[in-house]
Design a protein. Sequence first.
Length: 675
Amino acid sequence: MQLQADQSINPFLTNDVNGELARRWYRRRSPELHQLYNRRREEPRKRDNRLMVWVGVIIYVCFAGLDYLLIPAVADLTTLCRVTVSITAVVILELMISRGMTARLLEAGCGALILISYVAWLIPASNNPDTIALSYYMIFGAIFMMMCNLFFNLSFFVAAITSVSIFIICLISVNSPELSNYSYSVAFSAFFLSCFATTLYVNWKLNAERYNVFLNALQAEIRQNEVVERGEALLRLSNTDALTGLKNRRAIDERLRAHWGDWQTGKRGFATLLIDIDFFKNFNDHYGHQEGDRCLILVAQSLAELVEQHGATVGRFGGEEFIVLAQMADSEGIAPLAEAIRRSIEDLQLEHVQRPDGDRFVTVSIGAAFSGNQSSGKLERLITEADRALYRAKASGRNCIWVFDPNEPQARDNGEDIATVLQVAIAEGLVSLVYQPIRNVVSGRLEAAEVLMRLKMPDGRMISPMVFIPVAERTGAIMELGRWAIRSACQMLVAEEWLPLLSVNISAVQLKAPGFAISVAAILAETSISPQRMAFEVTEGREIETHPDVLRSIGELKQLGVKLWLDDFGTGFAGLSCLRAIEFDTVKIDRSFLHDTPGPRGVRLLQDIVTLLGNRGHGIVVEGVETERQLGLMRSFGIDCVQGYHVGRPMAADSLRRLCSEEAAASAVRASACG
C-alpha cells in the first residue's frame, strides 16, 4: 500500500487528516500533510506539465493562422516568434526533466514559458498598422491567463505571479497611445480584470479541491490500512496458540493439508512428528499450572529454534503435545531430526522430580510418520500412524523416538481393515457409546450430554473417531451406525427421565440419504421419546448449507421438533453463511477459541463471537472448558452452557446413569430445602 512508503508519519495521520478536513479555508495547512501531498503529486505533476507543454506548444503554433487573418502585416514575424519560442520551450522542458528537476521547478518553468510566449507574440504584434484589428486580437491575453490558471494546473502561487504579470502587460497594452480610446480601454481593462479574477479564483478552488480529494483518499487509505492490519492481527490470533506463540491446531491443519496436497501432486514428501512431554500431568500436579505453562513455553521456544534451522513448521497440537511438519525427499532424514528434537529438550535440564521412571528432568517422546509410506491416500491415516508411533515410543520407556514402519505387523490395520470391522461392529459389540456432560454455567446443573462413538478392533486396540468415521462415511456404514447411535441415545433417555437432552453427531452423508428424517421419526415413535429431548449436531461446511438434499432433510428434522445444533463453530469454511442459511437452536463454539483466551486478543475475539451469536438469538455452548479460570471467564461472558473435562469427562452409560441419579437426588434435596 501507498502508506507503507510513509510509515514515519503514520502515528499522527489519522487525527491530523480529520483536523485538516475540518480546517477553515483561511487557516494554515498542516505542514506535514502538505509535504505528503506534494510528495504524492510529484510524479503526476511532472507528467501533466510535460503533456500540457507539448499540447500548449501545438495550440500556440496553430494560432499563427489567426495572425495571418487579423494582423497579416506582422504575421510572418509573429509566426517566427511562435515557432522559436515553442522549440525553445520544448527543449528547455525536456532538459529540465532529464536532469531530474522537481515538479515545483518544472511548474515555475511552465509559468515562465507562458509569460515569455505571450510577450514574444505581443512585441511584434504591437507593430501591426491595423490598430483596430490588433485591439480586438488583444483578447489573446485572456487566453494566456486561462492557460496559466486552468489549463496547466499550476500551483496557486505560480499561477498568481504569471497571471498578474500578463494582466499588467494587458493593461499597459490596451492603454497604449496607439490604442488609446476611453471606451475601449475601460471595456478591455474590465474584461481582463474579470478574466484574471475569475480564472485565478477557479485555480485556487481547483487546488483546494485537489487537496481535499487527497485528504479524503488518504483518510480512506488509512482506514483501509487499519482494516487490513486488524484482519491480519485476527488471522494471526486465530492461527496462533496464545500460550506458546506457536501455530495452533487450526493453522497446523491448514499446513498439513497444504503439504498433503503438494505430496499428492507429485512434489516432495513430508514427515509428521508428534512430540509429547513425558509425565506432564505429574509435573503439573506437583509444580502447579503456572510452572506447567512455563514448561510448555520453554519447550515450545526450543522446538521453534531447532525446526527453524531445518525449514520445518512447529505447532501446538493440544495440551502437552506438539507437532512438527518437515518436507523431505525420503524417510532417511526423519530419525536425525527427531533425535535432535529429543536431545534439545533434554538439554534444557528442566527439573521434574515427580517422574515415576526415576529420571529427574523433562523429556519428550516422539512418534513420526512419512507421507511416502502412505498407500491409503488419506491424510487422517498419516496422523494416525504418527500417533501410533508416539504410543510405541511411550511404551518403549519414553524419552525416545519411534518412526512408523508400514512393514510392521501392527501397522497393517489400514482403511480396508477398519471398513471390514465396521460391517460387524454392532453385531460383535465392537462399537460403543460414551456420554460427555454439558452443564449450565450458572447453576452447574446437567443440561445435556453429547453422545460420542468409540470403536475397538478385535485385537483390543481403540481406533480414534477421526480415523473410523471417515471410513464409515466413505463405505456407507455410517448409516447403520448412525441409526444405532440414535436408537441407543433414545433408550438412554427412556431409562433416565431426569436427563433433559442428548445430542448426537450426524454427518452430511446421513442428511443426504433419502428417508433419514423418516427413520428418525420411526425411532422416536418406537421409543416414545419427545423430539424436544433429542438434538442433532452438524459441523459447519459448504455441503451443509448448499446441498439441496441436506437442506431438505434439515427442514424435515426441524418439523419433527428435533433440536439442531451447529458443532465446532469457527473451524470450517462456511462460518456466518451457515448461520444465515440454517436456523440452528444452539451453536457450539470450538474449543480453540477458549484455549486462546490467556491473551487479551483471544478474550476479545471470543467475546465478539459470543456477542454475535447472542444477538442472533442462538443458545451457546462453549467446548473445551478444562480449568476453573476458563469456567469463570464463561460466567463473566454470560454463556449458557459449557462442555469440557473440567465439568465432565466422557463416561460410559452406567456412569451417566449414576450421575443422573446423583443430580436428581441433589435436586430433590434443594427443592425440599426451598419448600
